[in-house]
Design a protein around this ligand. Structure first.
Ligand code: TYM
Length: 332
């Protein structure tokens, strides 16, 4: 059975992009794979964060995973800072990855922008830690949104160089699993920008905790063009906002773009947006309610994370110990 690892940063309320690009696929994959689902709190401190809310956001995100359908009995759900093997391997990878490789990361360029000299060095080496998250379990499949493709390629470069330098085949090849018609959900206000927790406008995203009225309002206000929906998927080319909304509908219904357009092609956005809002409310409201229910008992969620960290460490510790042996550290 293939082993899967994936994670989300606890930097705010998870949104529809995190759900459709990642968690929803995890839920489907957990029946046929051995899975580790991580709340990546070490990554969350690479940019400014609030120390008063980091712990509760970590717990909240774990509750969201469960509310979305992750089974914490069958699969391992844990937070990254609780399993020390991640940072031990990340340090080794910091010494394997090359500056030039990291300099090419588009996410680093986007996040650092003009402020390159002032961002943390953690943000720069962020992808090395991500490679360690995966490889410290010898996971080979990583279900993520489209924006993570480059980071997975880098993780493969790191493991190839490690294997080459230390004359081993210890670290296996990793495959990104980028799935479904909503692997890149765009902002509701601008079809050229991806939906993101860090967008200043809350109107740009659907949060998994939004209530029905908020969802309906955000969809009604979502940017569109004046044309009716096209009859076929090719007609969505050069219509990023239309493509985005159709992709969201398709993903939620488990169909493709063409399937949505068979029903809504030729119709105006008024009708389609109403149907989309109703579908979003139908799919997301139970998740919000279940998250609230779970968080009414924080002890339960903390117990899940504690148990998950123990199980994760049991897998990771021997792997990082072997990597350290290959590197040549004295073991006494
Ligand atoms: P983060 O928190 O930015 O995103 C978490 C997951 O959500 C996906 N995602 C999206 N998918 C579709 N449309 C969007 N607009 C959208 N925005 C976010 C991301 O692709 C991701 O799958 N570096 C990772 C976290 C991480 C990780 C890992 C992932 C750390 N270690 C190991 C996999 C394996 C990230 O950016 O998280």
């Amino acid at each position: 059975m293939q082993r899967i690892l994936s994670g989300i940063q606890p930097t705010g309320v998870p949104h529809l992009g995190n759900y459709l690009g990642a968690v929803r696929n995890w839920v489907a994959l957990q029946h046929s794979h051995e899975c580790l689902f991580c709340v990546v709190d070490l990554h969350a401190i690479t940019a400014d964060h609030d120390r008063r809310t980091l712990a509760s956001q970590t717990r909240d995100l774990a509750a969201s995973y469960i509310a979305c359908g992750i089974d914490p009995q069958k699969q391992i759900l844990f937070h990254q800072s609780a399993v020390h093997a991640h940072v031990r391997l990340a340090w080794i990878f910091n010494c394997v990855a090359r500056m030039g490789w990291l300099n090419r990361m588009t996410q680093f360029k986007d996040k650092s922008g003009k402020d390159r000299e002032n961002v943390s060095t953690g943000l720069f080496v962020y992808p090395n830690l991500m490679a360690a998250d995966i490889l410290v379990y010898h996971a080979t499949r990583v279900p993520v949104g489209d924006d993570q493709r480059q980071h997975i390629e880098l993780a493969n470069d790191i493991r190839a160089k490690f294997n080459h330098d230390y004359e081993t085949d210890f670290f296996p090849e990793i495959q990104a699993m980028i799935m479904g018609p909503a692997a890149r959900v765009m902002s509701l206000r601008d079809g050229s920008k991806k939906m993101s927790k860090s967008d200043a406008s809350d109107q740009s995203r659907i949060n998994l905790t939004d209530d029905a009225d908020t969802i309906a309002l955000k969809i009604r206000r979502a940017k569109t063009d004046p044309e009716p929906l096209p009859e076929s998927a090719e007609g969505l080319e050069n219509r990023p906002e239309a493509r985005n909304l159709v992709g969201i509908y398709a993903a939620l219904q488990d169909i493709d773009h063409a399937g949505v357009l068979r029903e809504y092609g030729g119709k105006g956005f008024g009708t389609f947006k109403e149907a989309l809002a109703a579908l979003l409310v139908e799919k997301l409201s139970p998740i919000a309610a279940e998250t609230r229910r779970l968080l009414a008992d924080p002890g339960y969620v903390d117990g899940v994370l504690r148990n998950g960290a123990q199980r994760a460490a049991a897998l990771a510790d021997p792997i990082v110990a072997e990597a350290e042996r290959l590197v040549g550290f004295l073991k006494v």
